[in-house]
Design a protein around this ligand. Structure first.
Ligand SMILES: Nc1ncnc2c1ncn2[C@@H]1O[C@H](COP(=O)(O)OP(=O)(O)O)[C@@H](O)[C@H]1O
Ligand SMILES: [Mg+2]
Length: 357
């Protein structure tokens, strides 16, 4: 299902080198060239935790400095595994094919260098933050792992926490256990940023937060991205993150169902994403769906609430023909409009196996 160009054009000369064993065919210089252009470069990665049981198949993704990737997929789709490959935590034989270059370094082989250039915000901060420590003390504790002086860490921690909305001394010095869910998440983000990483990985940073807090966290991430040009990988099953990302990747059972700019993905739909939005007098998918799909050119039909459908066709410009064919199969049309699809519709078509859609 990889219907996108799997390799960036500016490195096309390197592409020819990929063969059955990419571990052998690249030179250190090649990886350096990749690392100079891309903050994240995942090439044809496949993972099997147990022999023969592949959970990630042939995933290629790339991000330039300052980009934000939304890695979207249902539970068990392989999002965390993908992130583990990018951060060098999965190596052969579990990594059965492919490689990652992250923040300028080859994952696994150059992990000691790589680790200083990345930050990680885990899904469950209650397992990673020290609850009895304050926001500042957590930053200090974790910052010490990077051989940075206490003074430098505190300066950096105050700067980041300031951007993240920790404006007063009380909040900075209160034990984390007394903070709200959204505040804790922001402390966890500050800890992930304490070593000034080039690339920040966030595993489900918005899961479990109330809608307004989710938007709040995403807005804070955008602020950080603007301030420090931090490249980000945000794992999520919330579609709203697409609005905050320069690129999105959709994982379906370990396969990449789509990768690119949200707008480009939408425009890859039939007729560049122009869809017919139809309100019907009555609609029963059991009776009508099959007949609608038989109409020439119709590619996708989405249910969109009570008696409303959205049609994608290769021949959307033949509006009148489609409408008359719908009438022929017994549908009474109340009104319709020709609209541009948004990412949600793209996702409903391509990410079929994700729950809740
Ligand atoms: N350490 C592991 N050992 C064996 N199987 C694993 C391990 N981690 C994840 N898996 C399996 O790999 C698949 C993908 O998991 P994961 O990457 O955690 O998905 P996601 O983060 O999208 O929920 C799942 O089927 C999961 O059960
Ligand atoms: Mg996960």
């Amino acid at each position: 299902m990889n219907d996108y160009n799997p390799f960036p054009q500016d490195l096309s000369s390197l592409h020819d080198k990929i063969s059955d064993n990419p571990f052998k065919n690249y030179t250190i210089r090649d990886y350096q060239e990749i690392g100079k252009k891309y903050d994240l470069f995942l090439s044809e990665a496949s993972v099997a935790y147990q022999k023969g049981k592949s959970v990630l198949h042939n995933i290629s993704l790339f991000l330039k400095p300052g980009e934000i990737l939304g890695l979207i997929g249902g539970s068990g789709a392989g999002k965390s595994t993908c992130m583990r490959v990018m951060t060098g935590q999965i190596k052969p034989p579990q990594l059965t094919h492919g490689f990652a270059v992250t923040a300028g370094y080859r994952a696994v082989r150059d992990n000691l260098k790589l680790i200083h250039q990345i930050g990680y915000v885990p899904q469950l901060e209650y397992l990673s933050l020290y609850e009895q420590f304050s926001a500042l003390d957590n930053c200090l504790f974790f910052g010490r792992n990077y051989c940075i002086s206490k003074k430098q860490i505190l300066k950096r921690a105050r700067e980041i926490l300031g951007i993240l909305g920790f404006e007063n001394e009380e909040l900075l010095n209160k034990p984390v256990k007394y903070l709200s869910g959204g505040e804790r998440k922001r402390v966890s983000i500050a800890v992930g940023l304490i070593n000034t990483p080039k690339v920040l990985f966030l595993d489900e940073p918005t899961t479990g937060l109330d809608p307004h807090l989710r938007i709040g966290v995403l807005n804070f991430l955008l602020k950080i991205n603007k301030e420090f040009n931090t490249t980000m990988v945000i794992v999520s099953h919330d579609l709203e993150i697409a609005d905050y990302c320069t690129k999105v990747a959709i994982l379906n059972f370990g396969e990449l169902a789509g990768f690119g700019k949200p707008k480009d993905l939408v425009e890859s739909l039939p007729s560049h994403g122009k869809m017919l939005n139809i309100h019907l007098k009555s609609y029963n998918s059991r009776i009508h769906l099959r007949k609608i799909k038989e109409i020439a050119g119709i590619r996708y039909v989405l249910n969109a609430g009570r008696n409303q459908i959205k049609l994608f066709s290769d021949e959307i410009e033949n509006l009148n023909l489609i409408i008359s064919q719908l009438r022929e199969i017994g549908l009474e049309i109340e009104h319709f409009s020709l609209d541009q699809a948004v990412f949600l519709e793209y996702f409903r078509i391509k990410g079929k196996h994700i729950e809740g859609v």
